[in-house]
Design a binder for this molecule. Structure first.
Ligand SMILES: Cc1cc2nc3c(=O)[nH]c(=O)nc-3n(C[C@H](O)[C@H](O)[C@H](O)COP(=O)(O)O)c2cc1C
Length: 169
């Protein structure tokens, strides 16, 4: 297995729209001595409060939501096309019913703060800075936004500092 090398956020050379919107990512958080992961394809990378940040949007009914709420850190990780089926699985099955890490054959790597998978091509270690639930009152364009919600499933937005970027060599 190839090793990871730490790079700076500005050295991420893949287009963000492709990385998140097309490749998708795994959002992974610790769960006691283990972890759970889910697929996400909405979000962004950028700058806030003069720091490199990730914007992540998690619906409250996700099992991962409770885990992220309990932890200071989580990871976003990106994979080669050969893991597309694994990401589909992690995006349609819940950690409440499945040990998704085991089912997908992912190899967890636990560092001081968080957990990610050895199979990833790129890992962002994220430290939560800010969290806010989206709500109906704040919607400025009903036509685009409202069809995505049932009324009780508004995402929570997390703005997290990207404290470490690991790239597969
Ligand atoms: C391509 C794709 C993208 C997704 N993006 C998100 C997302 O950005 N936010 C979110 O809350 N759920 C998203 N999901 C849904 C979760 O991955 C899915 O509900 C998952 O089963 C939750 O797992 P958990 O219950 O173990 O947390 C996405 C699913 C897929 C297939």
């Amino acid at each position: 297995m190839k090793k990871f090398k730490e790079i700076s956020p500005s050295e991420i050379n893949k287009n963000t729209f492709d990385l998140i919107g097309k490749d998708w990512m795994l959002v992974t958080a610790r769960k006691g001595g283990g972890c759970n992961t889910m697929t996400a394809s909405w979000g962004g990378l950028g700058i806030m409060w003069n720091k490199p940040v990730a914007f992540t949007f998690i619906r409250p009914q996700r099992y991962t939501f409770g885990l992220i709420e309990n932890e200071d850190y989580f990871t976003l990780s990106f994979y080669g096309e050969e893991y597309r089926n694994a990401l589909k699985f992690c995006g349609t099955k819940s950690g409440r019913q499945y040990d998704k890490v085991k089912e997908c054959g992912f190899t967890p790597v636990y560092d001081e703060t968080s957990v990610y998978f050895e199979e990833a091509e790129l890992v962002l270690v994220c430290k939560k800075l800010y969290g806010q639930g989206l709500n109906e009152e704040s919607i400025l364009n009903n036509e685009t936004v409202l069809p995505n919600y049932n009324g009780d499933d508004y995402h929570k937005m997390y703005v997290s500092e990207i404290v470490k970027v690991l790239k597969k060599q």
